[in-house]
Design a protein around this ligand. Sequence first.
Ligand code: PLP
Length: 396
Amino acid sequence: MKYDFDTIIDRRGTGSVRWDNARKKYGEPELIPLTTADMDFKVPPSVRDAICKAADFGIFGYTQPKDSYYEAVAERLERRSGWKVERSWIMYSAGIVGAIAYCVQGMTEPGDGVALVEPVYHPFSHIIEDNGRVVRYGHLNQALDPAKIDFDGLETVLAEPGTKMLLFCNPHNPIGRVWTEAEMERVWALCVKYGVILVSDEIHSDIIFTGNHFCSAGPVMERLGGKEQLVVCTAASKTFNIAGLQCSAILIPGEKLREKYREILMRQHFMEMNAIGPAATEAAYRNGQEWLDELMDYLEENRDYAARFIDEQIPGMRAVVPEATYLMWIDCRQLGMTDEELECFLVHRAKVALNVGSAFGPGGAGYVRLNFGISRVLLAEALERIRRSVLEMKHG
Ligand SMILES: Cc1ncc(COP(=O)(O)O)c(C=O)c1O
């Protein structure tokens, strides 16, 4: 391997949300936090060089992304998803959560229904509720392997009067599904049938494991029509570990919908992203592939290692092997604890913090989510801590 993913880099005291906040929150100094979705790896050298070059320039006045940034985003989408986008479709946002909030604010009205397919990335429901809209729950059928969308239930929710938007995670956080083309076409067809805007959060779309094929909502829309109902959110942030640089690309092909997004940005007086994020994104997209290929090998080995360890050595836990993302959904229902008890047990006994499943929706109860975007040695230590604590608990 040319790139080093093994060395443990101490992020404590750097302001890292995952490392510093979890320790403060739980008061456990030895805690290994495997929660928030960023990785413990250094970015590709090309990205660091681009950031250093920008830093060396030494002026950080108001800056708009250069044409070359937009070209890099468009080229990436075409290469990875086969979606040919026009420059004018690419809107900006700092983060994708923010962009989704703008979509909810600008494209729906207070009191409208906004659907999601739960369990799903928890900010979705918070955005809906915090903006006075109503969460309409679609569900995953987790009894199936792999889990599937309950399409009949989703249709009922989308057909309900007042449902205006579907917030959809593709690939899916937390269960790690890469939706197939057939599944994406079905989701899209339902949105078109009921006049519902699809906001497809594709932030994890570059982290796809062997044997799976990512299908963006963009090309599906191109084939089936419905331009004015689609927003696709993407970024280099998860893939290249630059979430802190706050630079996202929001693809809105429909002119009227785009105008609504622009209006809400203007109403917030949100005019520019930071001066460094687009340069880092461009460098990642243009020159980060070799690093990404090695990262994917490393993550796939981490995934397989963690899944095997959990299934074979931790009684009461079962890994749901993700097809994408560096997040693993783990079924802990056999442990017989409530989510509060599970959180307390993991944090204070095993000294490992994981996200508890009920945060992702009612169907998440009894599950936890583990971030394996970390060095293998640390992953092994975290899993061993959990194994030891479970065995101690079981043997009194
Ligand atoms: C599905 C999904 N969307 C959005 C985000 C966060 O995006 P941002 O930091 O750009 O707001 C995450 C982070 O974990 C995520 O998993």
